[in-house]
Design a protein around this ligand. Structure first.
Ligand SMILES: [Zn+2]
Length: 351
């Protein structure tokens, strides 16, 4: 997840949709497929202060997107099949993959029934610490702390500040400020800050993780279905590019090994935590290939082109995002036009 300006992006996407510009761009921008990224799937839409709402969509929206993708003539395939098509040279039609990051329990209770009914294969990327109850979902913890308090003293780079938290607007401003700072600073310092904040405000990080994330047994239940692929997502969900190289590589290798031990299957697909340019770089793409992953996905925006055959561990994705739950936008995504503009017509971004 990242900080974005949803209103501006929404306006731009709407303008593109109604102007029909995407139809002109489609033949150049459509690629051979795309990989959708989701996190949480929940029927209820949060109200008021809920900064992590961008991470969730409703089961009804997911179902509608599946229908739209099929209507547009794309094959919905597993990552193994997408990999095969990339290696062997694209066959007939375009393809779409569905992927969900982090292993939220609602993937089992609300996403799985939709995928199952539709016969749609999908992948869930799991950080090995999360089903063990040791995961630090610090972005959720920060929301909890800001929700439950009327003001809060924190020490950021510019010294101690008192954050006013009386209204939803004040809480949102505080979240944006602290979240943005936590994403920029050193990873260990970030975790230390969040642990200390949770300790003094009574938020239990482990209970939060156990409440939101599937147990190993629940993941095994899902993994038994041939529709489901479980992919690796490191051990502790750190931004790899911000760690020393040896530690980053160990995060990737150890996370996969723990998954293999718990599930009895070696994970062959990987997702970089956060996945933006500051969190995953060329060194990490190289490590993923050397560690034997067939594919690895970022959160950079884009469709899949034949050229990605040479960049199988730096595949872009298309976010199905809580702030953009409109079939108008997903129709645009399928043409690739918004990404062609965002990426200035560069089809592969692996640097
Ligand atoms: Zn993640």
């Amino acid at each position: 997840m990242g900080i974005m300006k949803p209103d501006i992006l929404r306006a731009g996407l709407s303008a593109m949709y109604y102007s029909g510009a995407h139809k002109l761009l489609a033949p150049y921008a459509g690629g051979i497929g795309l990989i959708f990224m989701l996190h949480r799937v929940l029927p209820e839409q949060p109200r008021g202060f809920a900064p992590n709402r961008i991470l969730q969509v409703t089961p009804a929206f997911l179902d509608a997107v599946i229908g739209q993708v099929r209507e547009a003539g794309l094959d919905i395939v597993s990552l193994d099949e997408a990999h095969a098509r990339l290696i062997e040279g694209a066959g007939e039609g375009r393809f779409a993959c569905f992927t969900l990051d982090d292993g939220y329990r609602d993937n089992l209770s609300h996403a799985y029934p939709v995928f199952k009914r539709r016969g749609v294969p999908f992948t869930i990327y799991v950080p090995s610490d999360f089903p063990s109850g040791k995961g630090e979902l610090w972005w959720v913890a920060l929301e909890e702390v800001l929700s439950a308090n009327e003001s809060l003293a924190v020490t950021l780079d510019d010294g101690e500040v008192i954050l006013p938290l009386r209204t939803a607007a004040e809480k949102s401003a505080a979240f944006e400020r602290v979240y943005g700072w936590l994403r920029r600073i050193d990873e260990d310092r970030q975790r230390f800050f969040v642990r200390e904040l949770c300790a003094r405000t009574g938020v239990d990080l482990q209970a939060l993780c156990a409440g939101l994330i599937m147990t190993w047994d629940e993941i095994r239940e899902l993994a038994a279905d041939p529709l489901v692929t479980i992919g690796a997502h490191t051990v502790g969900h750190y931004a790899l590019a911000k760690l020393p190289p040896a530690r980053a590589r160990a995060e990737m290798a150890d996370g996969a090994e723990l998954l293999a031990r718990e599930l009895g299957v070696q994970p062959r697909h990987f997702s970089y935590p956060y996945g933006d340019t500051a969190s995953a770089g060329p060194l990490d793409f190289k490590s993923a290939a050397e560690l034997g992953f067939k594919t690895a996905v970022t959160t950079r925006k884009g469709l899949i082109f034949p050229e990605h055959r040479d960049h199988l561990t730096a595949l872009p994705r298309v976010s199905l995002n809580g702030d953009y739950q409109s079939l108008k936008f997903t129709q645009l995504y399928l043409t690739g036009a918004p990404f062609a503009l965002w990426n200035a017509f560069r089809r592969v971004d692996a640097a």
